[in-house]
Design a protein around this ligand. Structure first.
Ligand SMILES: NC(=O)c1ccc[n+]([C@@H]2O[C@H](COP(=O)([O-])OP(=O)(O)OC[C@H]3O[C@@H](n4cnc5c(N)ncnc54)[C@H](O)[C@@H]3O)[C@@H](O)[C@H]2O)c1
Ligand SMILES: OCCc1c[nH]c2ccccc12
Length: 303
């Protein structure tokens, strides 16, 4: 079953899962990665001015043969080149080779120049001009949203945020605030427990569920993020992983399973994440010291 769409507060709909184009791995291009994602069934592509690949993403989208209304395109104002919001979106439209953007986001609250209310007023103007269907934000905390909402005429459709079990304790109030205010959540980096933080307490409940469902850990983590009401943003250069992500639209976790992941995430978020960061820092220092020792032994001048 495909992932269900989610309806925004402005009436537009977004596919429940999207393919992200940040950090395309070496040896691949954005064109071949977006092409592969569309060919396996993704119909939602996430890019940004900062990723510097809008042109390539647009090329792959145009070459896919899909009509414009069959593909959902998100891009973001990243505050590069000192360009204002309207000038930036016109560049993005030009780069992507499209007449409108489905969802345009301010990439980070500190990039809302000159300030959050003024930047949002400019975003609101884009909808009137027909350059974009929906407008939203990314990485906004509750206090940033409160500032924005105090003078907004149009509510953000979306807040795109990091969401995985190890940040659940800190993100739960933000997710609740957004949902209470009719703002959809997009979850980026949902697979952190298998990519950068493997070996932590979330592994056990996730593994138990993979056995029950004959699913992969990736799929369970996507189902967890979906259960929080989020649109998912993920990526991979591997076709079989992309197929697995799409197949995870079917997965429903039980209340007990969700509770077990939440609790492991909250426990791990406090202790395991901090330990991992400290261990990695120690490893970098150790590697530096060993490298320095070897260079000194060989008589190489490294300072
Ligand atoms: N708005 C923002 O500030 C922001 C920040 C980060 C990402 N994003 C968006 O979200 C998209 C997805 O983010 P992400 O890449 O962090 O998502 P993610 O957590 O889903 O990670 C995807 C990565 O996980 C790897 N992976 C999948 N299964 C694995 C496994 N079993 N073992 C090891 N590795 C595995 C994939 O190969 C891929 O490299 C980005 O491309 C971008 O579009 C936005
Ligand atoms: O979106 C991925 C993280 C990222 C890359 N470049 C940026 C510029 C501003 C804010 C976030 C990012």
């Amino acid at each position: 079953m495909p992932w269900e769409t989610i309806k925004f507060n402005d009436g537009n709909v977004i596919p429940g899962i999207g393919f992200g184009t940040w950090k395309i791995p070496t040896g691949h291009t954005t064109v071949d990665q977006v092409d592969q994602a569309i060919s396996v069934g993704f119909s939602h592509i996430d890019t940004a001015q900062a990723y510097r690949n809008e042109e390539e993403a647009g090329k792959a989208i145009r070459e896919s043969g899909l009509s414009r209304n069959e593909i959902f395109i998100t891009t973001k104002y990243s505050g590069l080149n000192g360009l204002g919001i309207e000038e930036s979106i016109r560049n993005s439209l030009n780069n992507l080779g499209v007449q409108y953007i489905d969802l345009y986001l301010i990439h980070h609250p500190r990039l809302a120049v000159p300030d959050i209310p003024t930047a949002w007023q400019q975003m609101e103007g884009l909808r009137g001009a027909g350059l974009v269907k929906s407008i939203g934000v990314s990485n906004y905390a509750i206090k940033d949203l409160e500032i924005l909402l105090a003078s907004a005429k149009i509510k953000p459709a979306v807040n795109q945020i990091i969401l995985h079990p190890y940040v659940w304790a800190q993100q739960e109030p933000l997710v609740k605030f957004c949902h209470d205010n009719g703002i959809a959540i997009e979850a980026y980096s949902p697979l952190i427990p298998v990519t950068t933080l493997p070996g932590g307490p979330v592994d056990k409940p996730v593994k138990n569920i993979t056995k029950r469902l004959n699913a992969t850990s990736d799929q369970v983590l996507l189902a967890w993020a979906k259960s929080k009401g989020a649109v998912i943003l993920t990526t991979s250069s591997k076709k079989h992983r992309l197929e697995g992500y799409l197949a995870a639209g079917d997965i429903a976790l039980t209340a007990e399973e969700l509770k077990a992941i939440d609790e492991a995430g909250v426990a791990g978020g406090k202790k395991f994440t901090a330990q991992t960061v400290v261990r990695r820092f120690a490893l970098v220092l150790f590697a530096g010291a060993v490298g320095f020792g070897i260079c000194s032994y060989l008589g190489l001048d490294v300072l």
